[in-house]
Design a protein around this ligand. Structure first.
Ligand SMILES: Cc1cc2nc3c(=O)[nH]c(=O)nc-3n(C[C@H](O)[C@H](O)[C@H](O)COP(=O)(O)O)c2cc1C
Length: 192
């Protein structure tokens, strides 16, 4: 059987991003579990803020189409999002909004969300670990009819969560990451 392909999407472009770091740890863990992992940067897919007039005039931007096709080339997706004002940052929401407008030939709009498993994680310096952004992201993905796995990871005190090798150092975080990775793999395999 072909290797399971998982796409990891960090929801921050910031240098030194806590979420990009968590995405790197997750990608490593997924690779250790035998999956074929791609970790992208949304900096490679810049998009204007969604505007219906822009879409009417120029269509969906190529970067949104490319990103949608990249998602479509994977069996499962992990989104690692920061929390901004108790919700997802505009980068994450805007990216999902544009991708949800892509209509490729021979499939219905939004099918890319319905056909694969999604996992969600967040990292924050505070004790909630971005859990409210996960609640918001789960709702957004549910509106896109994505299957979002129940296990998730909200990494609290994320600036103190790593050892000198950039590995998670606290057992509960390691366990939560392991459970999420296992469940994403299981569900992605079932939907393959
Ligand atoms: C506009 C703004 C709003 C924020 N609101 C929250 C928040 O509601 N909850 C939280 O945990 N952190 C909040 N933060 C702090 C971010 O979690 C922190 O900047 C984090 O490092 C961003 O993720 P990154 O390191 O991956 O870029 C906010 C930051 C910004 C810039």
């Amino acid at each position: 059987m072909a290797a399971l392909k998982i796409l990891v999407i960090p929801g921050s472009l910031r240098t030194g991003s806590l979420n990009a770091k968590l995405a790197a740890v997750a990608a490593h863990r997924l690779a250790q579990a035998g999956t074929d992992v791609t970790r992208l940067s949304l900096a490679d897919f810049p998009l204007p803020i969604y505007d219906g007039d822009l879409q009417t005039k120029s269509g969906v931007p190529k970067n949104a189409v490319d990103l949608k096709r990249m998602i479509g080339a994977h069996h499962g997706v992990l989104i690692v999002t920061p929390e901004y004002n108790a919700s997802v940052p505009p980068l994450v929401k805007n990216t999902i909004d544009w991708v949800s407008r892509v209509a490729d030939p021979n499939e219905s709009r939004g099918q890319v969300f319905r056909d694969r498993a999604f996992a969600i994680a967040s990292a924050s310096r505070n004790r909630l670990g971005g859990a409210r952004s996960l609640a918001a992201l789960r709702l957004i993905l549910a509106a896109c009819q994505a299957f979002v796995i129940p296990d998730q990871l909200a990494l609290a005190f994320a600036d103190e969560a790593y050892d000198e090798m950039e590995r998670l150092k606290h057992p509960p975080d390691i366990e939560a990451m392991g459970a999420m990775v296992r469940q994403l793999i299981d569900v992605s395999q079932r939907l393959m």
